[in-house]
Design a protein around this ligand. Structure first.
Ligand code: HMG
Ligand code: MG
Length: 297
C-alpha cells in the first residue's frame, strides 16, 4: 500500500452552484449516492448562503435528511456567516441521530483578494476573517469539524496577481482561528505550477503541509500539474469535482474544479492510494455530466 491522498468531493456544492438552472433534488441525490458508493470520504453537499445569490444551494437544508449514509463518509456544508451556521444547525437538529452524526462538518471561506471578498461575500478580507472566526468558535462548541477555504490564492478575477504573502496571512489567520485544514483555492483556475510553488513556499512558513489542501479549478488545464507541485511540497489532500463540474458565480470565466477521476488517476500514477473505486466513480462522473448538459440546468 502506498501513502494515502485524501480527496474531498466538492461537486454537489462547487460543481452545481454555478449551473444556470436549479437542479432537482433527486438529481443531486443521485450524484451524491454514486459518490458515496465510490468510497469518497468527505462530500461537500451544499451551502447555507443567500438563496437569491446562489439559488442552486437553496434546498441544502432539505437535502440533509436524505443523504445516503455510509461507514467512513461524512458530509460538509459551506457556511459564510453566523446566519448560515444557524440555518445549518436548525436543519441538523431536525435530523435522526445517524444523519446528525454524518453531517458533522462546516466549511468557512475567505479570500486573499479584497475585490473578490467584496464580490463573493459583500465584505472586506478582515471582516471575512472575523465572520469565519465567529463561525469556527460556534461550530466547534457544537462539536462540528471546521474546514477553511482561502480563495484567489494566485489570481483574482478582478485585480490580477495575488501576493503569496497575502495568501500566507489569510491562511495563517484561519489556522489560528481553529480550522483543522486550510484549502487553498485557485478560484479562476489559471495558476501556473511555478506560481503555485511560490504561493506554497509562503504559506508553508505559517501553516504545515499536513493542515493544507489544494483546491484547483481547471480553466487553464494546469490543475493536475498544480497538484503535482503541491504533492512535491507535501500536501496530501485535494478537492475535486466529479466530471469536472463547477465554477463560482462571482468569478467570471472560471471553469470547473479539476475532475475527481483525473485526480485519482494522477495521484495513483504517482504511487498514492485514494481508497476510491474507479468504476463507481465513473458512474458518478456520468451523472455529473448529464446534470451539466440538462436543458436549463
Ligand atoms: P451580506 O450582504 O453581507 O449579508 O451577505 P447581510 O448580513 O448584510 O444580509 C443581507 C441579506 O442576506 C439579508 O436578507 C440577510 O437575511 C441575508 P434580505 O433582508 O436582503 O432578504 N443573509 C443570508 N441569507 C441566507 N443565508 C445566509 C445569509 N446571511 C445573510 N447565510 C453572504 C453575506 C455571504 C450571505 C452573501 O454575500 C452570500 O450568500 N454570498 C454567496 C457566497 C457564495 O456562495 N459564493 C460561492 C461559494 S464560495 C466559492 O465557490 C469558492 C470556493 O470554492 C473556493 C475557491 O474556489 O476559491 C469555496
Ligand atoms: Mg471552488
Amino acid at each position: 500500500m502506498g501513502e494515502t491522498v485524501r480527496i474531498v468531493e466538492v461537486g454537489p456544492r462547487d460543481g452545481l452552484q454555478n449551473e444556470p438552472g436549479v437542479i432537482a433534488q433527486a438529481d443531486k441525490l443521485a450524484l451524491i449516492s454514486a459518490l458515496a458508493e465510490a468510497g469518497v470520504g468527505v462530500i461537500e453537499a451544499g451551502a447555507f448562503v443567500h438563496p437569491r445569490l446562489v439559488p442552486q444551494m437553496a434546498d441544502t437544508g432539505e437535502l440533509l435528511g436524505q443523504l445516503p449514509l455510509r461507514e467512513g463518509l461524512r458530509y460538509a456544508v459551506l457556511v459564510p456567516n453566523a446566519r448560515g451556521l444557524e440555518g445549518f444547525l436548525e436543519a441538523r437538529r431536525a435530523l435522526d441521530a445517524a444523519h446528525q452524526a454524518a453531517t458533522c462538518e462546516v466549511a468557512v471561506f475567505v479570500a486573499a483578494s479584497e475585490a473578490f471578498s467584496q464580490a463573493n461575500t459583500n465584505c472586506s478580507v478582515a471582516e471575512g476573517l472575523e465572520r469565519a472566526g465567529a463561525v469556527v468558535q460556534a461550530a466547534k462548541a457544537e462539536g462540528l469539524m471546521v474546514r477553511g477555504y482561502v480563495s484567489c490564492v494566485v489570481h483574482c478575477p478582478y485585480t490580477g496577481a495575488v501576493a503569496p504573502e497575502a495568501v500566507a496571512d489569510v491562511s495563517g489567520a484561519l489556522a489560528q482561528a481553529g480550522v483543522y485544514e486550510v484549502s487553498l483555492g485557485d478560484t479562476i483556475g489559471r495558476a501556473q505550477p511555478v506560481e503555485v510553488e511560490a504561493m506554497l513556499g509562503a504559506v508553508l512558513t505559517v501553516v504545515p503541509a499536513g493542515k493544507l489542501a489544494g483546491h484547483f479549478h481547471d480553466t487553464g488545464g494546469q490543475a493536475l500539474e498544480n497538484i503535482g507541485v503541491s504533492l512535491d511540497a507535501g500536501l496530501r489532500v485535494f478537492d475535486a469535482s466529479a466530471g469536472g463540474l463547477g465554477g463560482c458565480p462571482f468569478a467570471p470565466g472560471a471553469a470547473g474544479n479539476v475532475a475527481t477521476g483525473a485526480v485519482v488517476d494522477f495521484v495513483q500514477r504517482r504511487g498514492f492510494d485514494t481508497g476510491i473505486d474507479g468504476a463507481a466513480l465513473a458512474r458518478a462522473s456520468d451523472i455529473a455530466q448529464r446534470l451539466r448538459s440538462k436543458p436549463g440546468g
